[in-house]
Design a protein around this ligand. Structure first.
Ligand SMILES: [Fe+2]
Ligand SMILES: [Fe+2]
Length: 175
């Protein structure tokens, strides 16, 4: 079974997903470096979800006897301010929703209902990601810098609790 149009759309989606993985991991590294644990974990978790999307898309390309191109569509943007990261991520999810809706319609038009269904499933996931980034943007706008300060404080608290526990364990060690 060979469906050139579907293979082209699936590879285009893989390229966007690869860019999303790179970009979200870049955001994860920078949030982690700045001590924003909640956002750092969020970016990592969604990067992993996008990686699993690549797996589903690649499986379908292989089933259709196509070639997996595995080329990212965009280089990583050097955005290091948190509000810029969330804005970028939210927009990327919105773009993915539009693209995958169009891909689903296109696959339906050339009678490839399995690829259509795959794109529809991806739309559902990307809407979930959009909602998460939208919530984060709302928090940023509502609480401003305080939202980030709280995350940094939480990190320091966790660190000192861990250090205290480690010191306690050491003191209890038999001499
Ligand atoms: Fe995705
Ligand atoms: Fe996504």
């Amino acid at each position: 079974m060979k469906r050139d149009k579907s293979i082209e759309l699936l590879n285009c989606a893989i390229a966007d997903e690869l860019s999303a993985v790179h970009q979200y991991m870049f955001f994860h590294f920078h949030c982690d470096d700045q001590g924003y644990d909640l956002l750092s974990t969020l970016f990592k978790r969604i990067a992993i979800a996008e990686m699993l999307h690549i797996e589903k898309l690649a499986d379908r390309v292989l089933f259709l006897k196509g070639t997996i191109e595995m080329k990212a569509s965009e280089p990583v943007k050097q955005i290091t301010d948190v509000k810029g990261m969330i804005e970028f991520a939210r927009q990327s999810e919105e773009d993915a929703i539009t693209l995958y809706n169009n891909c689903a319609i296109e696959c339906g038009n050339h009678a490839d209902s399995v690829s259509k269904k795959l794109f529809e499933e991806l739309v559902m996931d990307e809407e979930g990601h959009y909602a998460e980034f939208d919530d984060e943007m709302e928090n940023m706008l509502k609480f401003g810098e305080q939202y980030l300060v709280l995350q940094s404080m939480e990190r320091s608290k966790k660190k000192s609790t861990m250090m205290a526990a480690a010191a306690g364990a050491k003191n209890n060690e038999p001499a």
